[in-house]
Design a protein around this ligand. Sequence first.
Ligand SMILES: [Cu+2]
Length: 652
Amino acid sequence: MPRSARRRVPSVLLGVLAAAVLLGVNLPPAFSYVAQWRHDRLVNSQPYMQRHGRWDVVDVPPADRVNAIHAALLPSGKVLLIAGSGNKEDLFATKALKSLLYDPRDGSTRMIPVPDDMFCGGQTLLPDGRLLVAGGTARYEKLSGAVTHAAGAMRVKNENPDVARPVPAGTEFVSPDGQRYRSARDVLVPPATKTTTDAGATVTASEVTAFVEAVAPGPGAINPNRDQYAIAGLPPEQGRNLYGLGAPMTLDKQDYQGTDKAFTFDPVTETWTRVGDMEFARWYPTLTPMVDGRVMATSGLNGVGEVLNGQTEIFDPATNTWTERKDLTHYFPTYPGLFTTGAPDQMFYTGTTAGYGPAGEGRVPGLWDLDDNAFAPVPGLRDPDLLETSGAAWVGPVQEQRMAVVGGGGVGESPRSTARIDLVDLDDPAPRFTPGPELAAPTRYPNLVTLPDDSMLISNGSGDYRGKGASDHLLARLYRPGPDGGTLSVAADPEVGRNYHTEGLLLPDGRVLTAGSDPLFDDENNTVPGTFEQRLEIYSPPYLFQGPRPEIGEAPDSAERGDTLAVTTPEPERIDRARLVRLASSTHVTSVDQRSIALDLRRAGRGIEVDVPASIQTVPEGFYMLFLVDDRGVPSTGRILRVGGDDADRSE
Ligand SMILES: [Cu+2]
């Protein structure tokens, strides 16, 4: 247990303790009562809050509590917490799939059912303010003891260049020795590709992978061979060009299977709408917003529970459709930390992942060039084998192109974790990680939230995999960028422990919302199955306890890149900085859409003028919060505005 997770006993209590002994008081309750009283008085004192901030657990009505797997701040100022089935197989079976709207301004909540199981999909806000959620759960995992029917992946091949072939769920594939395996879901196999040259025409079969299960239970249907399978009931002339190539059919563990479905949530009507299906089913994908407003989907487990082998696709919000980028094939483990950088067509992969993939593949951080698919490793990261469940975020304004990689653990259920914070300057012609300060304890699942005063909250997490051995850290730190890797200061201790399935978001009022946590066990000896943490907890940083905050009066609600915005504020002479902070989303402590942008500012009459940078690499289209920060580092409440939309008004 980390030192500061214990409630330290002030020495003055020793006197109370001695008195209690003399008086024969029942010692432990009296002792803990007094210690708790002292602690509460301390953390609620103004000097303490001015230095360390404070945490408040949010009271959500019992009927509205959800397993928060995904969280996103919407342009309405409300937060959408998405559970889907929330890692509860009974809710998956009964299709009791949930999301919760939470309004941090008044604490009001509203439950909204979701149309499909978005549990462990990907999410990001689109430039027009809709939240895109893609992928999720088509099938829960089955541990090997629970597998009753041999099963595996079937590559369904179509050699006919003229027609696509639907293969409905329940189609039977017959092995050379007569065993039958049934497909679980509808698939559509596109026409084969025909290329004609002087030498003649060549046909390349198209292929879609389906999950199939033996019709007969038991080990008799195990087939270790990679056989060609006939499709039952097809006339012979069709069977010659539509068939299956089977992977080994086994009774082994079956991983979660992804869906190819995608939806948007409209923050105005507060309703879900289905959009185009992805080209690939994905469970644990990352959705990275690109500078032009499109969204890139990478990695995830496919429809048969295998990590995708580098297939990348792009969502276009203008058409609500997905297109594969066949030229982009870099392999990433699931939930890769993949960020849009300041250089055109350059993505940065921090090595951060969550969940699935072998230890030796796709674990190296680097710059990925979307022009030619080249991947340039970035060296120097300490504990390079401890990147799973790490956190990553830009530090300070995104113009500085500095990123931090924080904490993390070994691949899979490894008990190892690290307290490392390393930093990299991507503007350096030969970028390289350099050491920053150490966390108070080795930490998986650190929640990283960029604040408007350029500091970053690093909170929660656990020492061991999914909080095993009661290893949740009731700790938080404030990281401040600066020379020699920056500094950490102690933030108040959160009350709620958070490990797996955790997320954090900056709210427009400058506070930080934390949600979720999915411990494997509830006890130190790892014997009692874990309970999903449904409490929300909000952190108020020290800047909220320094007296009056700067205020934004009149400000535009939309802008173009390169615009100068007039903002009225009562004391313009006190305004020191202005920031645009993008509305973010988060899942599995992965938040690739957080970014803070520094704005040049000038005092002008009864207000100030701020310049929105002209570069699309700095300010991608979308919704941001405008914060004014005063000379004491105290931010205003954020004013939500849209930048770079087609129908954005000119503001001059
Ligand atoms: Cu998950």
